[in-house]
Design a protein around this ligand. Structure first.
Ligand code: HEM
Length: 127
């Protein structure tokens, strides 16, 4: 029996594209906005497109990030930005809010957020 990917179980592009677009609108209106390139909250911003591609690969959807950006090296790519616990918490608050109003199946949300939170914690590079 073939199993569908988590990306598909979340609802695939149809759910994840608007969820992540909403996420970056929230980031743009949050205290961590200055860390990001101007226009991060605009529809189809480059940051949004990178995140969408990354999560597509990460959750077993279409492989989009690696052919475009190479190995994720997430921690290394975040080192140029000062990220402390408060910044990670703000980032996660934006993500939780975006998931909350999304069409992602409710029973998958907790696991989704737990794994994303683990990555967010690993991005902390400041006391
Ligand atoms: C902990 C709080 C976080 C902060 C403050 C943060 C901040 C940033 C910033 C400022 C950028 C550069 C934007 C750009 O290149 O357009 C970036 C890039 C990126 N972030 Fe984060 N990030 C955080 C957590 C995460 C998490 C949890 C993930 C994955 C689930 C993630 C995935 C990415 C990706 C895929 C990129 C683009 C990398 C590239 O290809 O250049 N970030 N992040």
């Amino acid at each position: 029996m073939s199993e569908s990917s988590l990306w598909d179980q979340f609802g695939g592009d149809a759910v994840m594209a608007p969820l992540l677009a909403d996420f970056y609108q929230r980031v743009a209106a949050s205290p961590i906005a200055p860390l990001f390139p101007p226009g991060v909250g605009a529809p189809d911003s480059e940051t949004y497109r990178k995140q969408f591609a990354f999560q597509s690969d990460f959750w077993g959807g279409p492989v989009r990030y690696a052919p475009w950006r190479g190995h994720p090296r997430m921690r290394a790519r975040h080192l140029p930005f000062p990220i402390d616990q408060a910044a990670a918490d703000t980032w996660m608050a934006c993500m939780s809010a975006a998931v909350e109003v999304s069409a992602m199946p409710v029973h998958l949300r907790e696991d989704y957020l737990r794994q994303i939170r683990n990555i967010a914690q690993a991005m902390i590079n400041q006391p």
